[in-house]
Design a protein around this ligand. Structure first.
Ligand SMILES: [Zn+2]
Ligand SMILES: [Zn+2]
Length: 144
């Protein structure tokens, strides 16, 4: 097993964490929780065992929001930075709290490294208007 260490952090950098080794699965999820939480059509995340995730800095900043209206009927613990509000990972109690579903965009080259091999809730993809128009496109913010 590859024991590479990949570093991640929240938006403000107050929480820094390492993941050790490879994830069990990489997800792209289109469920409504993910859409709301990500502010995007989908959320990209990777499933690690809790023993693979090590908080290096800012443990005191971690807060947990408990989602109760889940499909499984079991709570999901959404762990976020209380300074910047950035979600770090979700802990589904369906897996007994042993799995951390970590947002891959928080990790170094995470979007390239953790390409999804599973797509969830693809029935919500069709509802999106993204891609149906030709938007004006800029390399950065216009005016900068
Ligand atoms: Zn933060
Ligand atoms: Zn989801």
């Amino acid at each position: 097993m590859d024991k590479a260490i990949v570093r991640g952090c929240c938006l403000c950098g107050g929480v820094i964490f390492d993941v050790v080794g490879e994830p069990e699965t990489c997800f792209q999820c289109f469920c409504q929780h993910c859409q709301k939480s990500a502010g995007a059509p989908s959320q990209l995340s990777a499933k690690f065992n809790k023993n693979q995730v090590h908080v290096k800095l800012g443990r005191e900043l971690l807060k947990t929001y408990i989602l109760k209206d889940t499909l499984s009927g079991q709570d999901k613990h959404k762990v976020f930075c209380s300074d910047c509000g950035c979600t770090l990972w979700t802990i589904p109690m369906r897996h007994g709290g042993d799995s951390f579903i970590v947002r891959t965009s928080l990790m170094e080259n995470g979007l390239q490294k953790y390409v999804p091999n599973v797509v969830l809730f693809d029935r919500y993809v069709q509802r999106l208007s993204v891609g149906q128009v030709n938007p004006k496109s800029f390399a950065t913010m216009p005016g900068f």
